[in-house]
Design a protein around this ligand. Structure first.
Ligand SMILES: *Cc1c(COP(=O)(O)O)cnc(C)c1O
Length: 352
């Protein structure tokens, strides 16, 4: 907890517009600390999209609560409000204790928060935005950190703002909650440091990582701007052949800006993905699949609830690939990758 930690929290609060930025050890802890602070526990239900990284649901399990997996939208890859509504309905009918909606700004793209926040308010739920991939994104004149009641992020190197190891942060405007989270992250400390008032944990952000993040935050806006250009260039060359990610507007015509943690496309049905990726690799283009196995199908999450239809999640898991994306990738390389990819699609090499 050296001086850089406090400085970073101040800078992150200014950057996001959130009243409090509370750093912690990693993005998983950030989610876990919030759920602990909100007293989520056994018997409680938290809605989570199934198409996400395991940590989102893991944090729910860690506090003893139960994830309820909902489906995502075909074009944004984010939580589908209609799937959320039917999950809420199921909980009502079966007297399940629904408490929280955990949204995930997947690949850096903000969820349609006006819709999700409204649904949550109508049903007496609070919203936790897992913006591990979304720091730097914008939605309806707000920045990630201010989209929901509480937002968390991660500074793992693969995220838009990465440190050189692990780190995380929690954003909120809520005074009381901020005090509880600050206490929980350091062994449940009270005002007297020798009288711990609750059971907490050790989730300090390392001072060294804070110092690195302070420097990286200075170039972050420029990096985000470049990521946007990379995405636009890919879209320009790829949108005729594959499903490309939507860039700017929501269903309600609100302006949004992704942080482009990943640039993810959906391959046509007739393409054999593994073979296609191997061909791309041979031509010097690395690609990855995020996420190959939806959470509702994973062993550790078999006992959770899930929506009756997970069709979109399962389709995306079978067909998505993520292409090279970072704040420094040259645009002529992006063009070159796009040409290789379209040629490969047209060559019929990886047809099923
Ligand atoms: C990376 C990630 C996390 C966890 O962050 P860590 O810092 O790795 O613990 C949680 N949720 C999502 C969506 C992530 O991408």
């Amino acid at each position: 907890m050296g001086p850089e930690v406090g400085q970073l929290e101040q800078c992150l609060s200014e950057f996001t517009g959130a009243k409090y930025a509370i750093s912690c050890a990693n993005g998983t802890d950030a989610l876990h600390l919030v759920l602990r602070a909100k007293n989520i526990g056994p018997g409680d239900i938290v809605f989570v999209p199934s198409f996400t990284f395991a940590a989102s649901a893991e944090a729910v399990k860690l506090v003893g609560a139960t994830p309820y997996f909902v489906d995502v939208q075909e074009d944004t890859y984010n939580m589908d409000p209609s799937s959320l509504l039917s999950a809420i309905d199921y909980c009502k009918k079966n007297k399940l204790n629904a408490k929280c909606v955990m949204t995930v700004d997947l690949f850096g793209r903000p969820v349609d928060y006006n819709q999700i926040n409204t649904i949550a308010q109508e049903h007496n739920l609070w919203v936790l935005a897992d913006s591990a991939q979304g720091l730097g994104s914008e939605y309806d004149n707000k920045k990630s950190g201010c989209f929901a009641d509480i937002t968390t992020t991660s500074f793992f190197p693969a995220k838009p703002l990465g440190c050189y190891g692990d780190g995380g942060c929690i954003f909120t405007d809520d005074d009381e909650l901020a005090q509880i989270i600050k206490s929980l992250r350091i062994h449940g400390k009270g005002t007297d440091k020798y009288d711990n008032i609750r059971i907490g944990t050790n989730s300090r952000l390392d001072t060294m990582q804070a110092a690195i993040l302070l420097e990286k935050l200075k170039v972050f806006p420029a990096e985000l701007g470049h990521r946007q250009k990379v995405a636009e260039t890919y879209n320009k060359y790829l949108s005729d052949t594959v499903q490309t990610p939507v860039t700017s507007l929501t269903d309600n015509n609100l302006w949004i800006k992704s942080a482009w943690a990943q640039y993810t496309i959906v391959l046509p049905e007739f393409i054999e993905r593994t073979k296609f990726m191997a061909e791309l690799k041979q031509q010097g283009v690395p690609s990855m699949v995020y996420y190959i196995k939806p959470l509702h199908l994973q062993t550790a999450y078999k006992d959770c609830y899930s929506s009756s239809s997970m069709a979109v999640t399962e389709k995306l898991a079978n067909r998505v690939i993520s292409l090279p994306m970072d704040g420094y990738l040259e645009l002529d390389k992006v063009e070159c990758i796009a040409f290789k990819l379209t040629n490969l699609l047209e060559s019929n090499i990886a047809i099923i």
